[in-house]
Ligand binder design. Structure first.
Ligand code: TRP
Length: 446
């Protein structure tokens, strides 16, 4: 159970409440959500199982684990590059994650001071713009958040966190249910729910499918060696399948809840579902400003969101720190400080993307858009692909069977089929389809 809580703590974060609704909104809603759900359970779950399994077998940091298992299974030590790719994507992801988490902390205070009481959408938008549009404010909160994350990792108090997660997750769920009650009261619930759940596949582009897959990796924390680092602590008799399914189910539930809360508020206030990264920050305060007890619940909500982001951020740095401590013989404090400094520095790009460099656009948009796209939609799938190819093709069946065969017979076969064939094929198809602007579906249509 401790492991389930720790992994849930890393999986549930900004990815569920901030990222999922906004990219679902940008990609047209329903059809995107269905593809996302398929990606979570058909690609994400088997890859997550592979990642945890490799972590438990290697019992080291992700880079060393991949190197050792590579040698042990006859694939060569160069498999360590998969670990390196994962840790590298982690740094990139955390660089923007920390900036957004900083905003969440800032919103704790804005709520507590009653700034949102009876505010209209225009006023809420103004508050969001002042925070994100003033580079030093955003940078200051980014610095606070990174400091908090580095502090915990440096002290190595993950055990305390695991206990905290046991209280925080249920509390977050209760607050989400209260928000859901508010959304039901807006009179626009069915419109919001239809947007999120009614599948209009004509709105879905090949690029959208890739974004859905990237989100599946992002939200499950898969493809970064992070759950591999957690797996290193998993007792031998615990079922990897059961654990993974529980985490995936909890994570999906929270993301869908966030969507069901946010979109009715969007429609009730005439906002644009494709608002972008500000979506959660422009809708939820509206709800808190109008519901009874909004100051208390709003403040509590942003505290919990900051905590959820905190537990995730710790999971992201942990794999790099574990590697520096085990292989480079640095102290935890030094390793955490170095990682934190690198991430903080990279994060400046995201901070400036919402103010000074807001007009500096190329490829996918601002610097932030590009970092986010590269890390989530290209690096995570590539490293997830390598992990599943390793687990399904390089690793001997006896080895993986030994780790995964805990459950009833069919489960191992099912995992093996998904991890060896379905997941790699799907990742490759989706990457190629997006890179070529829909070549594969055109071939099929012809
Ligand atoms: N899953 C986290 C979220 O949804 C973010 C995340 C991505 C993460 N990769 C990770 C967290 C690795 C911990 C470890 O917010």
């Amino acid at each position: 159970m401790a492991f389930v809580f720790a992994v849930t703590g890393s999986a549930v974060g900004l990815g569920n409440i901030w990222r999922f609704p906004y990219i679902a909104g940008e990609n047209g809603g329903g059809a995107f959500v269905i593809v996302y759900l398929l990606c979570v359970f058909v690609i994400g779950v088997p890859i997550m199982m592979s990642e945890i399994m490799l972590g438990r077998r290697g019992r080291r940091n992700p880079i060393t684990t991949m190197q050792l298992l590579g040698q042990e299974e006859g694939g060569g030590r160069q498999w360590r590059f998969v670990g390196i790719l994962g840790v590298g994507s982690g740094f990139l992801i955390l660089s923007f994650y920390s900036v957004i988490a900083g905003w969440a902390i800032a919103y704790v205070f804005r709520n507590a001071f009653g700034v949102f009481i009876d505010a209209d959408p225009h006023a809420v938008d103004g508050i969001y713009r002042v925070l994100t549009g003033t580079w030093w404010k955003s940078l200051a909160w980014h610095t606070v958040f990174m400091g908090m994350a580095v502090f915990v990792v440096a002290r190595g108090v993950e055990r305390g966190l695991e206990r905290a997660v046991r209280i925080l997750m249920p509390a977050l769920l209760i607050l989400l249910l209260m928000l859901l009650a508010y959304s039901l009261s807006t009179g626009f619930f069915s419109e919001g729910a239809r947007f999120l759940l009614y599948a209009d596949f004509s709105a879905l582009t090949p690029g959208g499918v890739l974004v859905a897959m990237g989100q599946a990796f992002f939200t499950l924390s898969v493809g970064m060696g992070a759950v591999m680092a957690y797996g290193a602590y998993l007792p031998q008799q615990t079922s990897i399948t059961g654990t993974t399914l529980m985490v995936a189910a909890a994570d999906t539930l929270i993301a869908l809840l966030a969507g069901l809360i946010i979109f009715p508020i969007v429609f009730a206030n005439g906002l644009d579902p494709a608002l972008g990264p500000g979506l959660a920050f422009e809708t939820l305060p509206l709800a808190f400003g109008r519901m009874p007890g909004g100051i208390v619940f709003g403040t509590l909500f942003f505290v919990l969101l900051s905590f959820a982001a905190w537990t995730s951020a710790i999971g992201i740095i942990e794999s790099a720190v574990a590697w520096m401590v085990e292989r480079r013989h640095l102290s935890r404090v030094t390793a955490a400080s170095i990682s934190g400094a690198i991430v903080w520095f990279l994060g400046i790009a995201t901070v400036l993307s919402f103010n000074i460099l807001a007009e500096f656009k190329f490829l996918k948009g601002t610097l932030f858009d590009n970092v986010e796209y590269l890390a989530s939609n290209i690096l995570l799938p590539l490293s997830g692909l390598s992990i599943t190819i390793f687990a399904g093709w390089v690793m001997a069946r006896i080895s993986s069977c030994e780790e995964l065969d805990a459950g009833p017979g069919g489960i191992y076969k099912c995992w093996h089929f998904l991890a060896r064939l379905v997941a790699p094929a799907a990742v490759i198809l989706i990457l190629v389809e997006a890179a070529t602007g829909g070549m594969i579906s055109r071939l099929f249509a012809a």
